[in-house]
Design a protein around this ligand. Structure first.
Ligand code: 13P
Ligand code: SF4
Length: 346
């Protein structure tokens, strides 16, 4: 039963003490988050993993987060992902071979004028490519700051793999939409009507399959039914949705905003379901709904559940490290350059 599993998790955590660290992303299920030593957004989890000396890091999140933790920790520390199927469809949209092929084409068209930036939601190989080419990683909580920095380095930016976070952030910095080109990695070509010389930001054609479920008609519908509703969304939503919303920001920003909101205020939230449900439960004094009434789960985040967490911990208890995530040294060194450039600035 769940009770028995919870009891076992508690026992094993107690047994390992400081030798074990469990970070949990805000999108994880409650049954998992209750055992997290720290819950956070992608930036916080990267920072915490970098600082934590624990021998075993059982990462409750998705594959790219566990890779990042492995890159930022010492070689003797072991990072474990309780279910190896917990990937991220967005990270999978930027393949390293496609990226190298595209980069060549971009350089031919625009010369050495481009700095690559990658959202942390990307594979270690993509982070290594970015690190090697002088660029950095970004998260949704520092994308603006990092884009500003990137423009002090080069005239143009290639933003991987989420076109929406890239477009929303560049727009916030005052870059007009007609100076942003989409890069189609399948066709290996720009999707752009004007003169390429005018392009300031090249947006990799990737997206989040959870946040693409929030549409402008959801915002219109909510507002039509109740004009008092505040709409808050994650910047992985499309430009149109973000433009219609009242607020946009990372999961931490969404949580902080709701925490500070006055009793009686009304909120429609455009982000992953587990977080929306948790906020609904934690704030009975506020009226909170999902921006899309269907509720939008991240199926891969949800693969980490109590049985998988317990299985990973029981394996450790029996002296077996199962589902360890390791990034090869050559890739890790280059990827760390990209991560360190971000961590030094935030
Ligand atoms: P943040 O928690 O950094 O906002 O990231 C959201 C996300 O989609 C993680 O996969
Ligand atoms: Fe990837 Fe989107 Fe899931 Fe985050 S919410 S892990 S970006 S698919």
């Amino acid at each position: 039963t769940d009770r028995e599993m919870e009891k076992r998790v508690r026992e094993i955590k107690e047994h390992f003490g400081d030798r074990l660290f469990i970070p949990g992303h805000h999108y994880q299920k409650d049954e998992v988050v209750q055992f997290a030593d720290a819950a956070g957004d992608s930036l916080q989890l990267a920072q915490l993993s970098a600082e934590n000396p624990a021998e075993f890091i059982v990462f409750c999140g998705v594959h790219f987060m566990a890779e990042t933790a492995d890159i930022l920790t010492e070689p003797h520390q072991k990072v474990i992902l309780p279910d190896l199927r917990a990937g991220c469809s967005m990270a999978d949209m930027a393949d390293i071979h496609q990226t190298e092929r595209g980069w060549k084409r971009m350089q031919e068209a625009l010369g050495d004028t481009i700095l690559p930036l990658t959202y942390v939601n990307s594979t270690a190989a993509i982070k290594a490519f970015v690190g090697e080419n002088g660029g950095a990683t970004v998260t949704s909580s520092n994308a603006k700051q990092m884009l500003e920095w990137a423009f002090t380095e080069k005239e143009r930016i290639l933003f991987l793999p989420d076109q929406h976070l890239g477009r929303n952030t560049a727009y916030d910095l005052g870059i007009p939409l007609d100076q942003m080109a989409v890069w189609n990695p399948i066709l290996n070509t720009f999707e752009y009507q004007g003169d390429l010389e005018d392009v300031k930001v090249i947006l990799w054609k990737g997206h989040c399959s959870v946040h693409e479920n929030f549409h402008i008609n959801n915002v219109e519908e909510i507002r039509k039914n109740d004009s008092q509703m505040n709409v808050i969304v994650h910047p992985e939503c499309s430009r149109e949705v973000v433009a219609l919303s009242d607020f946009a920001g990372s999961t931490k920003y969404i949580i902080d905003t709701i925490n500070q909101a006055p009793a009686g205020s009304k909120w429609a939230i455009g982000t992953e379901m587990n977080l929306v449900k948790r906020l609904i439960r934690q704030h009975p004094d506020k009226e909170i709904v999902s921006l899309n009434p269907q509720m939008c789960p991240c199926l891969t985040m949800n693969r980490i559940d109590l049985p998988h967490l317990l299985w990973a911990l029981e394996s450790l208890e029996h002296g077996a490290v199962k589902n360890q995530i390791t990034v090869d040294q050559a890739t890790a060194e280059k990827a760390k350059l990209a991560l360190d450039r971000m961590l030094a600035r935030v």
